[in-house]
Design a protein around this ligand. Structure first.
Ligand code: KG4
Ligand code: ZN
Length: 341
């Protein structure tokens, strides 16, 4: 079977074509970073208009590159939410129209499910597994029991981890999106230069909170006054170190629950844009290895938003006999445990 995937939930316009063996025929993406950069964040209305402009060309290019005709595909998967509603509407309308005109199956994919499942495309990861989903909009620990069955252990009560990286980069005026830039700066800094607070590290507290950490970073930057490149590196390294400590602590908490529910499952997956961070991967990998668990993560280009993950989740659903109705409504909010299956 061949599936065509569309992702438009934020500031990446992306399409992909893949088959049921996970072979990628085409993976196309236009990042709108340069368009939104000057505003210091994504402007929803501009993002939606850009998706309208970019999508038709991207679709044409993808099919040309794949040397596949639209007639040859079995289904179309589009991100149905959660995300910026204007963008989600563009992708869903495009997908539905194509499905309707070409008499193909349509599958509305939950964006988070895309992040959650795509590691299974490149690695042999059996259900159930413990998932740390860390992106610009989300920070949660989830037990992925099987396709469509997700048990959310923890969420963030304020900012997402990626959002915290982006805000620190903004405070330091080093660019957008902040994650990869902070990671580069951190390589040159001293991670023990500043002691930042690690909120919510109380016993039996599963949820995340990053807003206190962000405020502490802001206060430290003000205290430094005129800030050198070396200071910036130290702030980034100390911040990243603190995020890593928080994440590792929360995973250890979650493992107690996961271990009691599924004692024979030893797989942990980190996914979402922040999973591209090599420092965080390495630290988490080492820690869980000591506990007898193995950490998996997708290749970097499948961590950040892309359409392969949407096509892949769509393919898992297609194989399980699932399809969406053409009256599916795009959703700005859509939790993993609200997916009806
Ligand atoms: O998954 P994603 O592309 O979009 C959402 O669904 O949110 O994640 C984007 C987020 C941004 O906040 C970005 O700064 C962060 O992922 N990110 C990183 C890294 N690469 C991207 N954060 C830390 N380290 C990185 N290397
Ligand atoms: Zn995402």
């Amino acid at each position: 079977m061949i599936i065509f995937g569309i992702e438009t939930s934020c500031d990446e316009t992306a399409v992909a074509i893949l088959n049921s063996d996970g072979h990628i025929f085409s993976n196309k993406l236009i990042s709108q970073i340069d368009i939104h950069k000057k505003f210091g964040g994504v402007v929803p209305e501009i993002a939606a208009r850009s998706h309208v402009e970019f999508l038709p060309h991207l679709v044409e290019e993808a099919f040309k590159e794949a040397k596949i005709s639209i007639k040859d595909i079995d289904a179309i998967a589009a991100t149905g939410g959660p995300g910026l509603i204007g963008g989600v509407m563009v992708g869903v309308m495009y997908g539905k129209t194509l499905a309707s005109c070409m008499s193909k199956k349509f599958i509305a994919v939950n964006h988070l499910e895309g992040h959650a499942l795509v590691p299974r495309m490149t690695e042999n990861i059996e259900y159930p597994y413990l998932l740390l989903l860390v992106s610009g909009g989300h920070c949660q620990i989830v037990i992925v029991e099987e396709l469509g069955k997700y048990y959310i252990i923890s969420r963030t009560i304020d900012d997402a981890a990626g959002e915290a990286f982006d805000k620190v980069a903004k405070l330091l005026n080093i660019g957008y999106p902040g994650g990869p830039i902070v990671e580069q700066y951190a390589k040159k800094g001293n991670e023990r230069a500043f002691e930042f607070p690690k909120p919510m590290l109380k016993k039996a507290e599963y949820n995340f909170s990053f807003s206190g950490l962000k405020t502490a970073v802001r206060n430290q930057i003000h205290k430094l006054g005129e800030i050198s490149e070396e200071d910036k590196a130290d702030v980034c390294a100390s911040f990243q170190y603190t995020v890593s400590k928080i994440i590792n602590y929360k995973i250890l908490q979650a493992l107690k629950l996961f271990g009691s529910k599924f004692p024979n499952s030893k797989n942990i997956v980190i996914s979402g844009g922040v999973a591209a961070n090599q420092y965080l991967r390495n630290k988490l990998g080492e820690n869980v290895k000591n506990l007898g668990y193995k950490l998996f993560y997708p290749p970097i280009d499948l961590c950040t938003d892309n359409a392969v993950m949407i096509a892949y989740a769509g393919m898992e659903r297609l194989k399980a006999g699932f399809r969406s109705n053409l009256d599916f409504e795009p959703k700005s909010r859509w939790n993993l445990d609200e997916i009806i299956y």
